[in-house]
Design a protein around this ligand. Sequence first.
Ligand code: NDP
Ligand code: F7E
Length: 323
Amino acid sequence: MNLTDTIFVAGHRGMVGSAIVRRLQALGCSNIVTADRAALDLTDQHAVNAFFATHRIDQVYLAAAKVGGIHANNTYPAEFIHQNLMIEANIIHAAHTHGVHKLMFLGSSCIYPKLAEQPMKEEALLTGLLEPTNEPYAIAKIAGIKLCESYNRQYGRDYRSAMPTNLYGPGDNFHPENSHVIPALMRRIHEAKLAHAPEVVIWGSGTPMREFLHVDDLAEAVVHLQNLPQERYARETEPMRSHINVGTGTDVTIRTLAEALVQVIGYEGKLVFDTTKPDGTPRKLMDVSRLARLGWTASTGLESGLIDTYRWYIQNVEGVRAG
Ligand SMILES: NC(=O)C1=CN([C@@H]2O[C@H](COP(=O)(O)OP(=O)(O)OC[C@H]3O[C@@H](n4cnc5c(N)ncnc54)[C@H](OP(=O)(O)O)[C@@H]3O)[C@@H](O)[C@H]2O)C=CC1
Ligand SMILES: C[C@H]1O[C@H](OP(=O)(O)OP(=O)(O)OC[C@H]2O[C@@H](n3cnc4c(=O)[nH]c(N)nc43)[C@H](O)[C@@H]2O)[C@@H](O)[C@@H](O)C1=O
């Protein structure tokens, strides 16, 4: 790993981008370049080109995106497909035209078909219909993978793609409707505890299964993948030449997750399930065999990850709102 490389982390204020910056700093990387949205709108092609022309960038981590949970994806499909296509196309093309050889694109497990065989192998891509609640976002993420593959095939670039499972941790978005399930339920159950509310509503039937990875594990994984020798990464990702699953290899039902949160938070009321809300994909467990062969496995268990995230929430979100 070259610690003096100039590394652009796009989306450094988000949950994933900030975890990648922490990981790179912990490893001793001395030249991390960032720009917030006010300074650089990544949907603006000219601004992105000018940014790459100004900074002599060696590597990119592409963690900027329009991101949200099942409700946000289902409510704002136009923003999800348009902004994500623009961000990916602008950054990946500008990286290539400015001679950046190494790039890591962040996709998502929703690229796989809704009813893909479990656990989902990388080869399941484009073998069936997508989950309707997030199809526009998934199509944009598939386009990102294909952009990376195409610059690799045609121009010999080394653009890699990590497909994370559902993530959580410090820096997550705790919006009541637009967030993912862990931050949404953490906040709702915490607020129910404070209000002594007798019950808390969980969306859907509670039966869908999800695999959850702590964001610090994800950051460790993508930095590890980015720094593998090109031949080793390419050998393991053939024939697609780019994307690789990143997860834990184990999943839980939403009911089990909610019960775990109840324990961590210390709530004494009961859970009720609102089946008018969508369940989304019934199950999306990653096959992480390729990742394991490439030398990485997750280390944070769900319970300790939830405790760590709840501590962060109390100090940084609830504490801020209360103050
Ligand atoms: N969270 C999850 O469960 C999962 C996430 N991923 C992927 O990981 C990546 C990061 O996700 P996550 O960290 O959770 O998302 P966040 O919403 O926390 O972070 C996204 C970041 O992108 C920035 N951004 C978005 N649009 C623009 C823009 N037009 N110009 C400049 N910056 C922009 C945001 O800026 P600002 O701070 O100004 O809003 C924010 O800092 C995404 O590619 C996502 O698809 C994959 C699987 C699961
Ligand atoms: C990472 C992934 O995130 C999104 O997909 P998702 O996996 O369905 O993510 P989710 O976290 O929003 O929901 C997981 C499950 O949990 C249930 N659920 C219960 N109660 C709440 C709740 O209060 N909020 C939310 N959001 N979900 C809830 C919910 O009904 C669903 O069954 C994609 O759109 C796409 O963006 C993507 O890639």
